[in-house]
Design a protein around this ligand. Structure first.
Ligand SMILES: Cc1ncc(COP(=O)(O)O)c(C=O)c1O
Length: 417
């Protein structure tokens, strides 16, 4: 006899897909129908529009017009134009977001820029267990600016208490990369402001997955990836945001020529551009930006409330089915059960997590593994169907019941997990 599934069945999932207002967006993606892709929180899939846009740049812009493309096709404005397209997804005004570099570099740029001018405050508070790059960048910054930056990396539960009168900046990831637990962005920002500190939000696991409202929270600074839920492609350029009233005050940490007020004046001395453009250090990577430009089409006119509703429905369904059907196998849920505290992925802990993920991949279900023992499954409402959730759990049951994770071929650790 099979385990109870709370009235859910594969047929019911098919019905839910038929009624899904976002169902038609799936057609925008290049997907292998034989694979259930639950790793869009790590690398989003290619869209047809991204492929077309890159092809267009190759064949008709760079390929034909060469250097004239910078003016003719507006390549030089792409960091700002892409920033303007991402802005509505994070509750920002178009002029306050710019695209370029990686999330790590943007985090460094904004944190360093802010801390240059933070005296007498020196403390930067962050969370132990934050995404490693956030921790490493801040550790590096403390080494680079001794006496001016002192890092306080504390357990999650101690973050609020660590923000004191010495604190200049709080650096947090809105949706945790392992557990998917969210911070209340408005509440944490307000609490930091009350104590005279600013907050830099890492939105890598939020943007394109749930509505974010930096503007109404009066958030100070933000960065984020575009290769996850925004589907910009492997290593796609990241974005950064600075609240308008802070923009003129923040001297860029990297005074590159494309952040100059007049790059083509070729002056010997640096004068920062107005606004967020001053944080653009060097020449933008146009091929990567073209892919992102195409990828963002799928967000045009998208109702983020509907996106969030489906994301929660998918994650709820997955949690419920796994717990009902895999109960004897010792999977421990690490993602909050409470919907408001959950991003768009679900993680379970299991000592054989790596092998389980490899065995699932072999069965056509892609999730990923985060050491030491976390299995992650990303639910991207634009292309993941309810029936995919059902079938993914079926595969998980088969892997666990058959101890498929113990096979030699699933135990070999590759570089990227
Ligand atoms: C929260 C978070 N920040 C930053 C990054 C990585 O940024 P980068 O694009 O610099 O590799 C990731 C990557 O997964 C992430 O999850």
């Amino acid at each position: 006899m099979s385990a109870p599934t709370g009235g859910m069945s594969r047929a019911r999932c098919v019905e839910l897909d038929r009624a899904d207002p976002l169902a038609s967006r799936r057609g925008a993606f290049v997907l292998d129908e034989g694979r259930i892709y639950l790793d869009g929180n790590s690398l989003g899939p290619l869209t047809h529009a991204a492929r077309r846009r890159v092809q267009e740049v190759l064949d008709h812009e760079w390929g034909r017009d060469l250097i004239a493309g910078w003016n003719l096709h507006g390549w030089i404005d792409l960091p700002a134009r892409l920033g303007a397209r991402i802005a509505p997804l994070i509750g920002a005004a178009a002029a306050d977001v710019v695209v370029g570099d990686s999330t790590s570099v943007n985090l460094f740029k904004l944190a360093a820029s802010f801390m240059r001018d933070a005296a007498p405050r020196t403390r930067v508070v962050t969370e132990l267990g934050n995404f490693p790059t956030d921790l490493y960048v801040l550790q590096g910054l403390a080494d680079l600016m001794p006496g001016r930056v002192e890092l306080a990396a504390v357990p999650r539960g101690d973050v609020a208490g660590a923000i004191d009168e010495r604190t200049a900046l709080v650096v947090l990831t809105h949706v945790h990369y392992k557990t998917a637990e969210t911070y209340d962005l408005a509440e944490v920002t307000a609490a930091a402001h009350e104590r005279g500190a600013a907050v830099l939000w890492d939105l890598s696991h939020s943007v394109g997955a749930l509505p974010v409202d930096l503007g109404s929270a009066r958030a100070d600074l933000a960065v984020g990836c575009t290769y996850k839920y925004l589907n910009g492609g492997p290593g796609a350029p990241a974005f950064l945001y600075v609240r308008p009233d802070l923009q003129a005050r923040l001297e860029p940490a990297i005074a590159g020529w494309l952040g100059h007020e007049a790059p083509f004046a070729f002056d010997d001395d640096y004068r920062p551009a107005a606004g967020v453009a001053r944080h653009c250090a060097g020449t933008p990577g146009i091929l990567g930006m073209a892919a992102l430009d195409g990828a963002l089409e799928v967000f045009d006119g998208l109702d983020l409330i509907a996106l969030r509703a489906k994301s929660l429905a998918l994650t709820d369904l997955f949690i419920g089915l796994v717990e009902a059907r895999c109960a004897p196998h010792g999977l421990e849920l690490v993602t909050p059960r409470e919907p408001a505290r959950r991003g768009s992925h679900v993680s379970f802990r299991h000592p054989e997590g790596y092998g389980i993920i490899q065995a699932l991949i072999a069965r056509g279900v892609t999730g990923d593994f985060r050491a030491p023992d976390v299995l992650r499954f990303g639910f991207t409402p634009l292309y993941t169907r309810y029936v995919d959730v059902w079938d993914a759990v079926e595969a998980l049951v088969a892997v666990l019941d058959g101890r498929e994770w113990s096979r030699t071929e699933h135990r070999h650790r590759r570089t990227v997990t």
